[in-house]
Design a binder for this molecule. Structure first.
Ligand code: AMX
Length: 440
């Protein structure tokens, strides 16, 4: 067994009694109420999911295993010669809750390298798809076709005790994570770089190897490490994480769940927003003939978008009620590496102009920028200009969090998900009763 898996087993065995005790002693204790607005509004704010991998505070933003983003980046061991941590060390933190040493991170890096070989049939499947297929469809299909290799399915069919489900799930999850950078970079080079894939370099770490296979020079390795860490997890209720959890709750293996989570991420209100931001900015740049607008001019473009019934991409959030710390971390990166880039200047101006306008309009509950308002500009600057690919980067990062969650779901024996639905007539009846009671 790997050191990481040993450590995980210890953690799981220590954790299980907590979940069992809660269910036994406090299973009937109320967590909150559900209103009609919450039911119609996409289960918004309904507390009915459990995860210990990350927690999203509306004011403070995400904490990974209790650490804010700046704390996470500061505490994790750095790749030699780089400003950013090993993604492998971050995976160790997400899985175990402990901050790894450099040796721990390198051990995980070794484990992933040993699992990294992508089967030839994955490339064959990708090559058989029409070349203009969306890269998210390709990524989802590449993941799904590896389902035939699932160790979980094999062990399940042989007969698997409930406490052992996490073990083959770990094997599948680590195999999938190990292969994702090469699959992602292969899709990119096949589609957008005249079909010139670059072979992996076994000396490099997970993030560094991805940058190498993309064919983008330094500091794109640090961009990749930062991007994957920032996009990894945002607690369980967002569409991609929730989809991954939901599918896995039927004891579908991680290939089925990861492919489904990629499909959820592909929507314009979720992962696709980063490309929408760039598209919107470049539309304004074209109208401005490349000049940087004044605050008033930019304000007019923002109002025009709102008045035409569209959303301002990169702003607002379903849970956050302040500037996304993932935005701030990428902003800091831009201030250090590309302060004079014209697109960054637009992003910077939007940071000033959009929030007061959204506040004035009074619809968006959160007028502040989210992660997507910053990520496209960095990719564009380093020559990754094919918007459609941006969500694949998000998906590779998000797989880290989703895989950790599924391993723990299995470890703690979370059951199949089954929320209850009601009819519109039932809601009307509840509403009428509440109205009558209020009149009495
Ligand atoms: N521009 C204009 N209007 C906005 C807005 C924005 N950026 N954000 C929210 N609103 C509007 C909503 O469309 C909604 O209008 P409606 O009542 O007419 O339907 C109203 O404000 C209330 O919405 P909300 O409760 O504040 O947001 P939500 O939870 O329904 O949606 C989100 C959240 C992110 C989908 C929304 O803010 C949005 O569409 N933002 C722009 C797209 C974007 O940046 N998405 C990326 C999110 C991060 C991610 O998942 N990657």
């Amino acid at each position: 067994m790997s050191k990481l898996k040993d450590k995980l087993q210890e953690k799981i065995e220590a954790w299980r009694p907590r979940t069992t005790a809660l269910l036994k002693k406090a299973g009937d204790v109320k967590l909150g109420d559900v209103t009609i607005g919450m039911a119609i509004g996409g289960a918004r704010g309904v507390k009915c999911l459990v995860t210990d991998i990350s927690y999203l505070d509306p004011q403070e933003g995400i904490r990974f295993r209790g650490f804010t983003i700046p704390e996470t980046l500061q505490k994790l061991p750095k790749v030699p010669g780089s400003d950013m941590p090993y993604v492998e060390g971050f995976l160790y933190l997400l899985l175990t809750g402990d901050v790894p040493t450099k040796a721990d991170a390198e051990e995980v890096a070794g484990e992933l390298k040993a699992r990294a070989a992508v089967p030839q049939y994955v490339f064959d499947v990708l090559r058989a798809m029409p070349r203009d297929t969306h890269p998210m469809t390709m990524l989802s299909a590449a993941i799904l076709c590896m389902q035939r290799d699932s160790i979980y399915v094999k062990r399940y069919n042989e007969g698997l005790g409930k406490n052992d489900h996490w073990d083959p799930t770990y094997e599948d999850a680590m195999n999938l994570l190990a292969r994702l950078p090469e699959i992602g970079a292969y899709i990119f080079r096949m589609k957008y770089r005249a079909d010139t894939p670059i072979a992996p370099d076994p000396k490099l770490d997970w993030g560094g190897n991805f940058a190498h296979m993309m064919g983008v020079p330094q500091p794109y390795d640090d961009v990749s490490r930062l991007y994957f860490i920032l996009h990894s997890d945002h607690e369980s209720g967002n569409v991609s994480a929730h989809t991954g959890h939901l599918v896995a709750s039927a004891l579908s293996d991680v290939y089925y769940s990861a492919s489904a989570m990629i499909n959820g991420l592909a929507g314009p209100l979720h992962g696709l927003a980063n490309q929408e931001v760039l598209r919107w900015i470049q539309g304004v740049m074209e109208k401005m003939g490349g000049k940087i607008p004044t605050e008033e001019e930019m304000g007019k473009f923002v109002w025009d978008t709102l008045e035409s019934g569209q959303v301002v991409p990169g702003f607002g959030h379903a849970v956050l009620r302040k500037t996304d710390p993932r935005y701030m971390e990428q902003r800091n990166f831009c201030l250090k590496h590309l302060p004079n880039d014209p697109i960054f200047k637009y992003v910077d101006l939007l940071f000033k102009v959009v929030p007061p306008i959204l506040e004035k309009q009074g619809k968006a509950k959160n007028p502040w920028p989210n992660v997507d308002a910053q990520s496209g500009v960095i990719q564009w600057y380093y020559g990754v200009r094919e918007y459609d690919f941006y969500t694949c980067l998000f998906g590779i990062g998000r797989a880290l969090g989703v895989m950790c969650n599924i391993i723990w779901d299995r470890a703690l024996g979370y059951p199949i998900e089954r929320p209850k639905s009601v009819t519109t007539a039932m809601l009307e009846e509840v509403a009428a009763k509440a109205e009558a009671a209020a009149k009495k």
